[in-house]
Design a protein around this ligand. Structure first.
Ligand code: G3I
Length: 346
């Protein structure tokens, strides 16, 4: 049995699949994914710059492959992502001279992108991250090109376009640091406003990039409750658990650029010490216990990757580290964190 069976009465259990694993899976990888998970997200290949790099160019090969894999195993398919400020090519926002296009032109580009992408997978992508990361930390809108060139209503337009293109899909707003009280309030206000004015929002994605010491689990729980009370399904969309120093002050640097700090920033190059391994397992169990407590509100929990070698956390915020954020190790063996999550349901 896999995790998906243990949790089948609770919520979907998902994983995200990256480009390398999709195109060149290691032996046994697809079978493992099918055994353990019943929901699938594409980590990068449906993002605007990948799927629609030029105005007249669409790259369907990888998204199609992803859909085929999920359908083969009857999985709940998550589309990631329709509208985001990051990984969106500059041509979307600018004219040929590099000047920002008008609100009308940008809305038309957004609509056409959503029509084509969500329309192509109509009935086959079951849930869409419609808008990603539109809220800033301190209860305001992120000053993205979407916001600056259209205004805050770019979000509701995106949801209307998505509903029209894929009428049966579950439509979500997705963001990180959702435990943050300012963000919680902003998102709750948005959901309520959308519900009152007929903007089709069905779910909220709480990304869940957590660490051994953060975030405050009670603040995270308050957000689960607040979103559910506002009338949407809660999805934990990008769960991983960082065991390394946060290293924000070195953002974007290679580990070799920080030679003086290398040991400090990459403390476990040869494997996780037993003590940290146990902390990781304990912390994962704590978080899954929270999800189980709110199983009536939570529709899905998706890990942001399967084995530790795949994780973006090996390269963020410092590149080239060895991190251990997932439930399977670099040989795709179950870690003690896996067993502690499984044990909650055995
Ligand atoms: O594919 C190229 C490769 O050809 C090249 O050699 C290499 C050099 O750096 O880059 C590779 O692309 C990288 C890609 O990940 C695949 O590894 C990109 O540079 C890198 O920017 C990209 O990072 C992704 C990141 O989003 C971009 O913002 C991560 O994989 C992905 O996990 C991450 O996911 C986001 C969610 O979409 C939204 N929420 C936050 C989450 C974490 O940032």
């Amino acid at each position: 049995t896999g995790l998906k069976e243990l949790y089948q009465d609770d919520f979907y259990l998902g994983t995200a699949i990256g480009h390398a694993r999709l195109t060149n899976p290691p032996t046994g990888f697809n079978a493992l994914v099918a055994r353990e998970f019943n929901a699938l997200t594409l980590e990068n290949d449906m993002k605007w710059e990948r799927v629609h790099p030029q105005p007249e160019q669409w790259v369907w090969e990888y998204a199609d492959k992803f859909i085929a894999l999920g359908e083969q195993h009857k999985m709940f398919m998550v589309g990631h992502v329709l509208v985001w400020h990051s990984q969106t090519p500059p041509w979307v926002f600018n004219d040929k001279n590099g000047n920002p296009v008008s609100r009308e032109v940008l809305l038309a580009r957004m609509k056409s992108h959503i029509d084509t992408l969500a329309g192509r997978y109509r009935g086959r992508v079951h849930a869409w991250d419609v808008v990603n990361e539109a809220v800033d930390e301190d209860q305001g809108w992120r000053q993205s090109p979407w916001f600056k060139q259209i205004g805050p209503d770019f979000i509701e337009h995106a949801f209307h376009y998505a509903r029209a293109a894929a009428p049966d899909a579950h439509l979500m707003y997705n963001d990180y640091n959702m435990h943050n009280p300012g963000k919680r309030q902003c998102v709750v206000d948005m959901i309520k406003r959308f519900k009152q004015t007929g903007v089709p929002i069905d779910g909220v994605g709480m990304q869940g990039h957590i660490g051994l010491g953060y975030p405050d689990i009670t603040e995270f729980e308050k957000s689960i409750k607040a979103f559910a009370a506002a009338g949407v399904a809660v999805h934990i969309t990008e769960l991983d658990l960082d065991v390394l120093p946060t290293a924000w002050e070195h953002i974007g640097a290679e580990i070799s650029d920080n030679f003086a700090y290398a040991d400090e920033l990459n403390p476990y190059p040869d494997g996780l010490p037993a003590k940290i391994e146990a902390q990781l397992a304990e912390r994962y169990a704590q978080w899954f216990a929270l999800f189980l407590k709110h199983r009536d509100s939570i529709a899905r929990v998706t890990l942001w990757g399967t084995g530790d070698s795949e994780s973006w956390k090996n390269n963020f915020p410092v590149r080239g580290r060895r991190n251990y954020p997932l439930l399977f190790d670099r040989d795709y063996q179950r870690k003690s964190a896996y067993h502690s999550v499984a044990a909650l349901r055995k």
